[in-house]
Design a protein around this ligand. Sequence first.
Ligand SMILES: Cc1cc2nc3c(=O)[nH]c(=O)nc-3n(C[C@H](O)[C@H](O)[C@H](O)COP(=O)(O)OP(=O)(O)OC[C@H]3O[C@@H](n4cnc5c(N)ncnc54)[C@H](O)[C@@H]3O)c2cc1C
Ligand SMILES: *[C@@H]1O[C@H](CO)[C@@H](O)[C@H](O)[C@H]1NC(C)=O
Length: 385
Amino acid sequence: MIREEVVVIVGAGQSGLATAACLTVLSVPCLILERDDCIGSLWRNRCYDRVHLHLHKQYSELPHAPYPPSAPAFLSKWDFIRYLDDYAARFCLRVSLRCAVEAAEYDEATGRWRIVARNNAEDGGGVEEYAARYLVVASGENNEAVVPEIPGLEGFDGPIVHSSQFQSGSEFSGKAVLVVGCGNSGMEVALDVAECGARSTCIVVRSQLHIVSREIWAVAMLLMRFLPCRLLDAFILLLCYLKFGDLSKYGLHRPSKGPMYLKKYTPTYPVVDIGTVKKIKSGEIQVVPSIKDIKDNYVTFSNGSRKNFDAIILATGYKSTVKNWLKDDDHIIGEDGMAKQIFPNHWKGKKRLYCAGLARRGIYGSGEDAQSIANDIASDYHSQK
Ligand SMILES: Cc1cc2nc3c(=O)[nH]c(=O)nc-3n(C[C@H](O)[C@H](O)[C@H](O)COP(=O)(O)OP(=O)(O)OC[C@H]3O[C@@H](n4cnc5c(N)ncnc54)[C@H](O)[C@@H]3O)c2cc1C
Ligand SMILES: *[C@@H]1O[C@H](CO)[C@@H](O)[C@H](O)[C@H]1NC(C)=O
């Protein structure tokens, strides 16, 4: 049996939920298919305990749902999960849980997207088929853990944990821990591990990076509309210098382009420091260069030094796996599974295909995409009737 739908949305993260809410407000029926057994599964299941949103609540809300004045300025993971639950309930969103999309293909004859999903319900489930006039890809940037190729990693004699499985640093107290990757996750994981009493904490920093504070970044977001990028970057870097001083002596080097420039034109987002820098300065967290190889418990670094570790945490990011199931698209999703067209024209494809939340623009971007997509679908849908 093929189930007829108007709009099918793949993924019940904030992007999918926001798109569904905007469509509901515009009286367009839609159904969300979600492979996991809950909405907001990234936040619930693959996100360590101490996470707080990096952006001020003003930039972290979804369409039609401002936070109350009583909400904290920087929401915790649980605050945000509760917000998503309320959001889905308020708009009475239809979500089919445990429904993993395995293929989506455009059928020229009927003008419909044919979507095949595996139902992973406990009672056996099976394969379900849907036909929809519109298809929205909202499956997220974080589908699959990226594990780097490090010679000897598989022989390491101790736990190797990806940041998506990392819950809290308390599991590592008394241990010598190596954190690989220096994005926001790596920096925060290293801080958590150090605070929870690891014997030693090292973080591998291979590339140049910008480090800002939450407050500096909040000011930057505020000024973004008023200042040209170059001026704003100069101002941000001045504030960073006043706050952190020169970090290069600790092994942290800034790129030649500014943080706002990089956010705007590349997939790079600055690291928002919540205390790691202080621990790096005090020596509690040590910055180490890239890994050459691993033998037993010994890690050799690119500068020749060698150190013994009990555990390795890989904060090496994720990849999107949309390309595995989405057929008939050569327009909106690139080989990397992310939006192919550049902002602000990244959300609309051909054959009534859309993508939300795949332009590396965070929660704010999810909301903007949702609104654009819903407006576009609604005007087409209502003119068909
Ligand atoms: C630790 C951490 C902290 C972060 N902090 C911030 C922050 O402070 N501010 C910010 O703006 N961003 C932050 N981010 C970025 C965050 O990833 C995105 O903002 C956001 O989660 C993306 O939402 P989404 O709905 O697009 O994707 P997701 O939340 O990943 O949702 C996609 C959903 O699609 C489902 N899905 C995937 N494939 C299929 C399929 N084939 N069939 C059915 N369902 C499928 C997934 O199970 C998932 O539930 C953080 C990310 C991480 C990992
Ligand atoms: C290699 O880098 C580490 C971390 O920065 C440092 O402690 C060590 O002294 C360096 N070793 C050599 C041989 O330069």
